[in-house]
Write a protein that binds this ligand. Sequence first.
Ligand SMILES: C[S@@+](CC[C@H](N)C(=O)[O-])C[C@H]1O[C@@H](n2cnc3c(N)ncnc32)[C@H](O)[C@@H]1O
Length: 217
Amino acid sequence: MADNSSRAGTTYAATEVIEYLHRTHTAHDAALQRAFDSPGHNDMPAIQVGTAEGKTLLLLLQMIGAKKVVEVGTLAGYSTIQMARGLPEDGHVWSVEFDAKHARVARENFAAAGLSSRITVLEGPGADVLPTLDAQGPFDAVFIDADKANYDIYGRWAAKNVRKGGLLLGDNAFFFGKLLEDSAPAAAMRRFHEEARAAFDTVCVPTPDGLLLGIKK
Ligand SMILES: C[S@@+](CC[C@H](N)C(=O)[O-])C[C@H]1O[C@@H](n2cnc3c(N)ncnc32)[C@H](O)[C@@H]1O
């Protein structure tokens, strides 16, 4: 089997197949490419979602007619732009980011994408910032893609603040393959899975590192 890429989210497709699928289904315009390339150009980790996952987020939000979305973990704003494009004109994404430089680069990318009015970046640790958003809820979807050790906290907040029929989305739900390890972050990720299952109807989609997807009961 040829080497695999994280782009298309399948472990069975060779690189050429993944590139074909990307060209066919998820090709970037200039604004998306800018955000996707941004971490590499700004000395930031290139840990954004893959192109297929980004488009999946957009389509899932469109499917439920989402208007109000919260993201934890902005980085350079690639996933944020994908999600904002899944919302109507009066929709909004609140994206929480701990790192001031990441927040600045993301804001530049939102301006370049013409999406500044539809996205608010809130700077600070997710556990502190999320409670400040309670009054804006209930939300149609929460996408968690930040520090793994706090996924249980973010998931609990989502369970309280997502409307019935709304979505919980959690990237890196396999915890880089370490989900069953005996460590505090792995235990937090397992709590995230188990508590999510109680409040949402859930599945863990086998993307390269797992995408927990739930619909609020
Ligand atoms: C995987 S990246 C997010 C990628 C982004 N969602 C995308 O796909 O384009 C994780 C981000 O979470 C941020 N982060 C880490 N710990 C955080 C915390 N406690 N609160 C908020 N953001 C945090 C990191 O600085 C980083 O920018």
